[in-house]
Design a protein around this ligand. Structure first.
Ligand code: TYM
Length: 342
């Protein structure tokens, strides 16, 4: 176990299919770095995935694959707690309690809910609506200080902060108010390669729109070659007028570690084709070690189960301790059997 003086960090991803380059650059890469300085918990948020109808067998497969991807990206179970949300029942329990501190109007304002309701018109279930409350519970249960996420989760994070502040105002400082950790180097919102005004999303229908972490090098090259740019014919950084070109520049910078100024120096006298191919090459160099590690990790289901079970054990212990204090504060007598000695 890590020394407890390190700041606590929590983050998660949904097991709804493979991860995209956006997930990796916007979130996961930061997770890996933060393991050295923070007390980290990384969750596979399977309960959140249920807000969209899932095939049970496929969901189970996705859960193991996502766990293997966490490991392949460099999340180390010896340093961080890796676990499955449904293994720690305190998440769902706290979500219920927090729902009574959340206003309908606050949830109605969530842009992700509006987008998803639009995409899944025949299944606008209550879980989709209360999704951000479960996310707040995930974070607040561990008295999390920092939450590394992409920009699309910022609004949810603000709600989690508001709920914590509201609760603390009524019952005392029981929750830590979490801070979002959002990268400022242009990859907090990696764009869709076919429609560069939208974020790159796992759920995009067009394959060419999204680069997946396990795409072959040939697929990555093809997707970047076909990336939508514009007809201006100059390489400049201008998100408004040239969103496609700007997205490619951001990805190239993130993959190579170069600054935007260096990118412009490198490409401004060249044509789009060169930027596309070099970005694909940089992304392939970044993804190659992940792909190489993934297959063996994913094949070892017993190993993945062991990682998740050990992580759940650790997370459960911490989560129950906080949940016990919250129940107490609300005036609900806790069962000593469950909460004693924590
Ligand atoms: P999810 O599974 O949609 O995405 C996982 C992480 O990837 C980030 N991300 C992106 N970053 C940059 N560019 C993109 N195009 C891009 N697409 C996705 C997301 O912002 C996210 O950080 N609700 C969360 C999961 C969650 C969670 C939590 C996160 C549940 N509980 C508690 C943090 C803390 C989600 O659906 O992420």
């Amino acid at each position: 176990m890590k020394p407890t003086h390190r700041p606590t960090l929590f983050s998660g991803a949904q097991p709804t299919g493979q991860l995209t380059l956006g997930n990796y650059l916007g979130a996961m890469r930061t997770w890996v770095r933060m393991q050295e300085s923070h007390d980290c918990l990384f969750c596979v948020v399977d309960l959140h995935a249920l807000t969209v109808r899932q095939d049970p067998r496929q969901l189970q497969e996705n859960i193991f694959e996502l766990t293997a991807l966490y490991l392949a990206c460099g999340i180390d179970p010896a340093k961080s707690t890796i676990f499955l949300q449904s293994h720690v029942s305190a998440h769902a329990e706290l979500a219920w309690l927090l729902a009574t501190f959340t206003q309908m109007g606050e949830l109605e304002r969530m842009t992700q809910f509006k987008d998803k309701a639009q995409q899944h018109k025949h299944n606008i279930n209550a879980g989709l609506f209360t999704y951000p409350i479960l996310m707040a519970a995930d974070i607040l249960l561990y008295r999390t200080q920092q939450v590394p996420v992409g920009e699309d989760q910022k609004q949810h994070l603000e709600l989690a902060r508001d709920i914590a502040i509201r609760f603390n105002g009524l019952y005392g400082p029981l929750f830590q108010v979490p801070e979002p950790l959002i990268s400022t180097d242009g990859v907090a919102r990696v764009k869709d390669l076919q429609n560069p005004t939208k974020k790159m999303s796992k759920s995009a229908e067009a394959d060419l729109a999204k680069v997946m972490l396990l795409d072959t090098p040939e697929m990555v090259l093809k997707k970047f070659k076909k990336a939508v740019t514009d007809t201006l014919g100059v390489i400049r950084y201008d998100e408004g007028a040239q969103p496609g070109v700007s997205n490619l520049l951001n990805i190239w910078c993130a993959a190579t570690g170069h600054s935007r100024a260096e990118a412009l120096e490198q490409f401004s006298h060249h044509q789009y084709g060169r930027l596309k191919v070099e970005t694909a090459e940089a992304v392939n160099a970044l993804l190659e070690p992940i792909r190489n590690r993934f297959h063996a990790l994913n094949a070892d289901r017993e190993g993945l189960r062991a990682v998740l079970e050990e992580g759940a054990e650790r997370a459960r212990h911490r989560a129950n301790a906080v949940l016990g204090q919250i129940l107490d504060a609300l005036g609900l007598p806790t069962m000593r059997q469950r909460f004693s000695g924590l």
